[in-house]
Design a protein around this ligand. Structure first.
Ligand SMILES: C[S@@+](CC[C@H](N)C(=O)[O-])C[C@H]1O[C@@H](n2cnc3c(N)ncnc32)[C@H](O)[C@@H]1O
Length: 340
């Protein structure tokens, strides 16, 4: 069975996939060490890129779905893919024949997915918990299958890539295919996976290099990816509004007016040799939700108080083939050598 999904094969706002070479080359040139902490890891693509040069890689993000994805891709070297393939075939068959309504098709059918696809997704999600409880799956297999379900679900959603709204007024076709993820070879690395608030993690986790890529505007990741969070947590909560969101959880202070204070607190707490921060200057953006909560000057000042700081920048056009209207849209990379 083809392993369809690589780590980067999901739609995720603010992911740094297209900037990886630039980030990697500059970190290599300016930093040394063998432990790397990606403290707002998102998709995990930045952490993945550093596996070749770092002995230990630590990933943190406060979303439940991201933790499952990290466990599946980075912590499953010894997983038995043959067994997983058998289970997938069995689940596909059972899901195809499932006649009764479940939480997922009741709420999201004919909205974010076709009715039939939502039924299959909900059926498989429940079956994964049942199989784990009945010891038909071990914990690692469970993570690989659940991450595969996340990627398979995300691929067919009737959205523009996040779940703030579904696209209305169109016939949604049945497209769901339960496909597998391809895990990452981490046999030469030590991997640590954390699901926590970055500022708390900074109090207890040491690393040589810390990569800091927080949200900078008011868009809350937990609200954008609520369906994936809901699918992973599987607590079947009550839903509200036309986007069918549950009650808010994991709301980031980085997306509020407190952003500058939490950023300052984080940088003060980090126990490391180098801090690498990415930032893009959409501060003056016309849409209020994409206006940055911290300015370039503020970030520079906060980082300089921690140590010698280099500021590198790259025109957005460079990696977006000129498709954007923001003439002065730039991506910044700060590299701070922490003063001892
Ligand atoms: C800009 S994205 C990171 C993108 C990532 N570098 C990538 O390439 O995919 C910011 C991430 O920070 C997470 N986040 C926001 N506030 C957080 C907090 N207080 N603690 C931990 N994670 C947080 C979000 O869930 C989101 O995944």
């Amino acid at each position: 069975m083809k392993r369809q999904f690589n780590l980067q094969n999901r739609r995720y706002i603010g992911n740094k996939y297209k900037l990886l070479d630039w980030i990697f080359d500059n970190v290599q040139r300016n930093c040394d060490g063998d432990t790397f902490l990606d403290i707002f890891a998102g998709t995990g693509v930045v952490a993945e890129r550093f596996l070749t040069t770092q002995k230990k890689v630590i990933l943190n993000d406060f979303l439940f779905s991201n933790k499952v994805i990290y466990e599946a891709f980075f912590n499953s070297n010894r997983v038995d893919y043959r067994h997983i393939e058998q289970v997938i075939e069995e689940l596909k068959e059972l899901a195809n024949n499932s006649k009764s309504q479940n939480y997922f098709d009741k709420h999201f059918g004919d909205k974010f997915f076709s009715k039939k696809d939502a039924r299959k997704i909900g059926f498989i999600r429940q079956a994964l918990d049942d199989y784990l409880n009945d010891k038909k799956l071990d914990q690692t297999e469970y993570y690989v299958l659940l991450a595969s379900l996340i990627y398979s679900t995300d691929k067919i959603s009737n959205t523009v890539g996040h779940y703030d709204a579904y696209i209305k007024g169109k016939q949604i076709s049945d497209r769901f295919e339960f496909n597998l993820i391809q895990n990452v070879d981490t046999t030469s690395n030590e991997i640590e996976i954390i699901r926590g608030d970055a500022n708390k993690v900074a109090e207890t986790t040491k690393a040589d290099i810390v990569f800091v890529d927080p949200p900078y505007n008011s868009r809350q990741y937990s609200r954008f990816y609520h369906i994936l969070e809901n699918l992973v947590e599987w607590k079947k909560p009550k839903l509200y509004g036309t986007a069918l969101k549950p009650e808010a959880e994991n709301m980031s202070d980085y997306s509020r007016s407190s952003a500058k204070d939490v950023f300052t607190d984080l940088i003060e707490k980090l126990d490391c040799k180098y801090i690498v921060v990415t930032y893009n200057n959409t501060f003056k953006s016309k849409s209020t939700s994409s206006q940055n909560k911290i300015t370039l000057e503020q970030i520079t000042e906060i980082l300089k108080s921690k140590g010698d700081t280099k500021v590198l920048s790259k025109s957005y056009r460079f990696f977006n083939s000129g498709k954007t209207n923001f003439d002065d849209h730039k991506e910044y990379l700060f590299i701070t050598k922490v003063a001892v």
